[in-house]
Design a protein around this ligand. Sequence first.
Ligand code: HEC
Length: 406
Amino acid sequence: MAPIIVSVVVSLGLLAMFRWLAKSRLGAGGVCLLAAWLMFAFVASPFYFLALQSLATLVLTLACLPFRARARLAAWAPVAAVALSYGFLAWISLPDHHRHDRLREKYPLQSISGRLAYEPAAPKLDRARPDLAAVHLAAKTEQRLVEAERRRSDSRGGGSRRTMLQDLHTGTEHEFGLAPGFGDIRVTHIHISEKRLELPPAAPVPQPTRPATDGYEDSGRDLAANAVPADAANATPTVMELQSMHDAGQADFLDAERFGFVKDRGHVAGFQPHQFGQVPALGRGNGPPPELWSVARLELISLLKHKTPVAYVSQNLPRMDELSAARTRHLDEFERQALEQLRSDEDVVVEETPDRIRMVGSLRAASNCLDCHSVRRGELLGALTYELAPSSRIRHRQSSGIDPGA
Ligand code: HEC
């Protein structure tokens, strides 16, 4: 709205000046001269609407000359120019308006309350005791949580999908003409790129080996019986390296781009369920070559949905759209004990034997998770349980011809 108000004020001012000039002995010629001067002042200005308006003013006043129009008529040029320039802007930005409306319909504000109905009600925040609203964490765990929160807020840049969805739904009136066409829309101050909003869901990633069905140990495993190669047995990854792998896995599973825009739990636009897009792998640190050890199995431990914690048994790496119907298994002793340590002290708990490595890693509520989840900051929302084996022992399911659905 602001540009129109400025334009109207400017043109009323001009109208007064032009009328005064027209009555003076300079007449229509004087009006044209002033209009030309104004055009040079505004065309170079960043205010595209003033530039357009002054250009229209000049053209209109000049157009009056050959017809020997009365100077008083020429004085009305600024007013006609406002109508003309805004009419033009509205016309060229019409397709943008349509696209804007269409995207709003495609990514509506929807409730996710039903999906999270299993969670206990949000803890009441006692203003006198803010410390009760957060879980007390060990110093290094708190530090890691703060760092994770900082990384996430850094990546919430102006062009992020969340900001686009937010602008789509809360942006003030679409200011036409700012950037007509070019495949993007400008609402208020940012571009809305349809391509970035779309975010196709990642294809399901099969578990590298067959998941356990009942307990953790399962006879029908796809680990080859061959001996552990000496290079793998002699060079196991460090806890730090395993921790970085878990961090990367977590970032993949809980990619904030897929959260969409959350006004509140009842109004969320563009939400896509948490899911893995690839098998987490060890990075190239100072440790053993990453190809020596790889993930054989990765499951999600659910803490809040059942009376006691359970793990989802899934043919694919965890993806929430599949897990709502998945079977669950009890945790084993290692996983139960690991969870106790994860609650406040650690982010990963590791157990290494010569032929396999097990790890449970936390999925802890950072402040941005609380937009949707009703838990306290720092609380565990779940955990990931990993098994790694020497890569040479993993018979990948596709290559061994085992039906992934079996
Ligand atoms: C935009 C809303 C939203 C945000 C933000 C969000 N989640 Fe979720 N999360 C959900 C929904 C909804 C579910 C329930 C499963 C479903 O319907 O997809 C869920 C499920 C989960 C589960 C599985 C729970 C179970 O027992 O099955 C975990 C773990 C989880 N979220 C962790 C997190 C963490 C950690 C964060 C922050 C980094 C986070 N979520 C941020 C919406 C969100």
